[in-house]
Structure formats: structure tokens, C-alpha cells
Write a protein that binds this ligand. Structure first.
Ligand SMILES: C[S@@+](CC[C@H](N)C(=O)[O-])C[C@H]1O[C@@H](n2cnc3c(N)ncnc32)[C@H](O)[C@@H]1O
Length: 202
């Protein structure tokens, strides 16, 4: 696929695809309309497990429809979430990503988060610094050695700049012995989304 240089969402997906294998467990912290979830499904295939979080039912329903159209087996969990380890398919969870450590059945190989708000959704249901950083902290503890976390930050909407600072502080403070971290930024457009990718080395 042709890569547009400044599309950092695509670079995040690409960098996850380097380490994620068919059959792996992967996570989308912000399922939204399901475009990242679909990419994760393509990486892990029909034997893998993709777990998607979102606090908006509207988003999860859109993701479910996208995944069903792609031929995936989808389980929508609106209440009483209990996930089965190594169960192939897509689990969509109607809870905050701050619950990740409580519900994840095993260590993930790849995790993605596309922050901000759902296009066409409620603007107040935007990701927020405190919950985002909590989810990222938990994710870094849970990640398999050799696994990667990709996060796209949108500084342009109200509250986005503050979230960008919190996420930048989080990644820059990660222990360099345990994590390799890169940041990809559009140098001549300060309001453009930017990407962090962390790889857990041990
Ligand atoms: C930019 S959208 C995600 C786009 C999506 N990855 C895609 O491919 O279409 C951000 C999503 O994060 C969700 N969100 C906001 N706060 C959340 C939280 N605490 N836990 C899980 N999802 C959250 C919003 O409901 C919204 O759907």
C-alpha cells in the first residue's frame, strides 16, 4: 500500500505490523469507527484475538459492522465482561481503557490508541489526559517483551494540547532499558497529529 508521508496513523499501524504475527493477541484502546481494529485483525488473522475498548456504544456498533463485513467473528460485550484467553476473534468492550489490566486475558503483542474524539460522535466523549495516561501505564506493564504500543495524539481540538503534553511526558519518562521509544511529528504543521511508538525490549 502507498504510504503518505505525513499520515502518522498509517505509520503507527505499519510499525505494529512489523512485530505482530498471525495468532497474536492485540488491543485497540480506542475502537471508534473500527479502522485501527480492522488493521489489527488483518495482522493477526482469523486465529488471532483483537480486543477493542470504547466508551460509546455507537462506536462499538460501527466497529462491529466493519469487522463483520471483513469476515471476522465478533463478540460484543456490553455488560459482565469476562474474556477467554486465546479465543480467536474480535472482543469489543463497552468500558473505559482504564480497565485494561482488570479484563485482559493475556499479555498483548501490539496495542494501538488513536486519541481524541469520534468523528461524528459526541465531542465531550473525548479521550482525556488522566485516563489516557492510566491506560498507557497499564499497557506498558502488560505488553509482551518485543511487543509495541502505538499512540496517535491530536493536539488541535480543545483539550488536545494538554493531552499531548501528558502523553509526551509519559513516553519521555519511560525507562530506556526496558523501552525503546520513537516520536514521529509533522515538522512544518504544529497542529498535526503526532505519533509515539514504544517497544518493550525485556
Ligand atoms: C479518534 S477516535 C478513535 C478512532 C478509531 N481508532 C478508528 O479507527 O476509527 C477516539 C475514540 O476514543 C473513545 N474514547 C474516549 N475515551 C475513552 C476511554 N476512556 N476508553 C475507551 N475509549 C475512549 C471515543 O469514544 C472515540 O470513539
Amino acid at each position: 500500500m502507498k504510504q503518505v508521508l505525513t499520515k502518522v496513523v498509517k505509520w503507527g499501524q505499519e510499525l505494529l505490523s512489523e512485530v505482530v504475527q498471525p495468532g497474536d493477541l492485540v488491543v485497540d484502546l480506542t475502537a471508534g469507527n473500527g479502522q485501527d481494529t480492522l488493521e489489527l485483525f488483518r495482522f493477526v488473522g482469523s486465529t488471532g484475538q483483537v480486543i477493542g475498548f470504547d466508551i460509546q456504544t455507537q462506536a462499538l456498533l460501527a466497529t462491529r459492522d466493519r469487522m463483520v463485513s471483513a469476515g471476522a467473528q465478533v463478540r460484543l460485550h456490553l455488560h459482565d465482561i469476562q474474556l477467554v484467553p486465546s479465543e480467536a476473534g474480535i472482543d469489543l468492550l463497552a468500558i473505559s481503557h482504564t480497565e485494561i489490566a482488570k479484563v485482559l486475558p493475556a499479555a498483548p503483542k501490539g496495542v494501538i490508541a488513536n486519541l481524541g474524539y469520534l468523528p461524528g460522535g459526541q465531542l465531550e466523549l473525548v479521550t482525556r489526559p488522566e485516563s489516557t495516561v492510566s491506560a498507557l501505564e497499564q499497557t506498558c506493564s502488560l505488553l509482551q517483551a518485543g511487543g509495541r504500543l502505538a499512540v496517535v495524539v491530536y493536539p488541535g481540538h480543545p483539550g488536545g494540547a494538554e493531552e499531548g503534553i501528558a502523553v509526551t511526558d509519559f513516553f519521555t519518562a519511560l525507562d530506556p532499558v526496558t523501552f525503546q521509544v520513537i516520536q514521529l511529528q509533522v515538522s512544518n504543521r504544529p497542529q498535526a497529529p503526532f505519533l509515539f511508538v514504544a517497544e518493550k525490549t525485556i
